[in-house]
Ligand binder design. Structure first.
Ligand SMILES: Cc1ncc(COP(=O)(O)O)c(C=O)c1O
Length: 399
């Protein structure tokens, strides 16, 4: 491998929330953190070089969109996903969650219904309720025999048909259940939403972490008529570990929706993009592909380690912690209902007995109760240590 993903990098003491946020949350600083979705890997050297060059210039006044920025975004989307992005349709925000909130505010009114599919990344609910809109949850269905999730299209149809429903927030690929939605599934979502005049906002931030044998189908590859009723949120921040640089791109083909979205951004007093975020994003899309290829290979090794560990745990202890088959993301969704604990017992077990800091499933909606999300984007040795602690805690329980 040309890039090093194994050497540990000291994050503790760097003011990152993953390692240094424990005290603020009343947790022990000794817990091994595998929660928030960022990575313990240093960014690609090619991106670091672009940032150094900007920093060395030494002037950080108001910036225009960088020359070549939109072309870099377009080339990435086109070359990887067959999606042609028109530069004028890109609207930058400080992040994808910010874009989701702007979309809720721009495309709906207080009291309108917004569809989500829990369990889902928790800001999907908070940007709806926090803005005084009505949450229309159409939970994903879990096939207990295969641990596969799929959409409940009947529930979706019912929710979309409500007269006050105006928007759907789609997580594609889906965090935390790891589904990469197929074209027929997405077509059905679009058919239902468009028939009921419901706008679809697709959060595609995890698009670059599709696992072997699967593909990312961007909403951007559907026909121009469909795209008139859609917005697609993207960012290089998950893929290249740039979250703190606060830069995301939302593509809104319809001019009047785009205008409404921009109006909301400016009503919130946000103006001008983030220079370092843009520089990093551009460098990532222009030069980051080889690093990403190796990263994904490394992450596959971590998936295998988790899979093997849980299988061995089951064989030796009889306790089934079941890994939901993930098609995308670096976030493992593990069914811990075999432990027979309620949500707070499970959280206590993970923290007090296993010494881990994970995201417990109920944070993603009630349907996630009994599950945990494990962030695999870390050095293999660290993951091994964390999984050893988890298994030891289960064995101790059985003694
Ligand atoms: C589905 C999804 N959307 C958005 C975000 C956060 O994006 P941002 O940091 O750009 O707001 C995450 C982070 O985990 C996520 O999983």
């Amino acid at each position: 491998m040309a890039y090093d993903f194994d050497t540990p990098i000291q994050r503790k003491g760097s003011d990152c929330i993953k390692f240094d946020g424990a005290a603020e949350q009343g947790l022990s600083p000794d817990l091994l953190p595998l929660w928030v979705a960022d990575m313990d890997f240093r960014m690609a050297p090619e991106i670091l070089a672009a940032l150094h060059s900007r920093v060395d210039h030494g002037i950080f006044g108001y910036t225009a969109t960088l020359r070549g920025y939109a072309q870099a975004v377009d080339a990435w989307m086109h070359d990887n996903y067959g999606w042609l992005v028109a530069p004028e349709q890109i609207v930058m925000t400080s992040g994808v969650v910010n874009a989701l909130a702007m979309a809720v505010r721009a495309f709906t009114r207080p009291g309108d219904g917004v569809i989500i599919q829990q369990p889902v990344y928790h800001p999907f609910a908070s940007v709806v309720t926090g803005n005084g809109r009505v949450l229309m949850n159409t939970p994903l269905l879990l096939d207990e025999a295969t641990s596969h999730y799929h959409m409940d299209f009947d529930a979706l149809e019912q929710a979309a048909a409500q007269p006050n429903t105006k928007l759907m927030l789609l997580c594609n690929p889906h965090n935390p259940v790891g589904r990469a939605w197929t074209r027929p599934e997405l077509q059905r979502v679009l058919d239902i939403c468009l028939a009921n005049d419901v706008i679809v906002v697709s959060d595609e931030i995890h698009m670059d972490f599709i696992r072997p044998g699967h593909e990312h189908v961007s909403l951007g590859t559907f026909g121009p008529e469909v795209l008139q009723r859609c917005a697609i949120c993207t960012s290089a921040s998950k893929t290249f570990n740039l979250a703190a640089l606060q830069c995301a791109n939302t593509v809104i083909p319809n001019e009047s929706l785009r205008r409404a979205f921009k109006r909301e951004i400016s009503a919130c007093g946000c103006h001008g993009p983030n220079l370092l975020g843009m520089a990093a994003t551009q460098a990532a899309y222009e030069h980051g592909a080889p690093w990403l290829r190796e990263l994904k290979e490394y992450l596959e090794g971590n998936w295998t380690l988790l899979d093997d560990t849980l299988r061995e745990l089951h064989e030796r202890s009889g306790v089934a912690l079941t890994l939901v088959p993930a098609q995308s993301t670096y976030l493992a969704w593990v069914d811990c209902r075999g432990l027979g604990m309620d949500a707070s017992e499970l959280e206590r077990f993970i923290q007090d007995e296993a010494g881990l800091w994970l995201d417990c499933g109920h944070e993603f909606g009630p349907e996630g109760t009994g599950f945990v999300r494990i962030n695999l984007a870390t050095q293999r040795a660290f993951l091994q240590r964390a999984l050893d602690q988890l298994c030891d805690a289960v064995y101790r329980r059985l003694k």
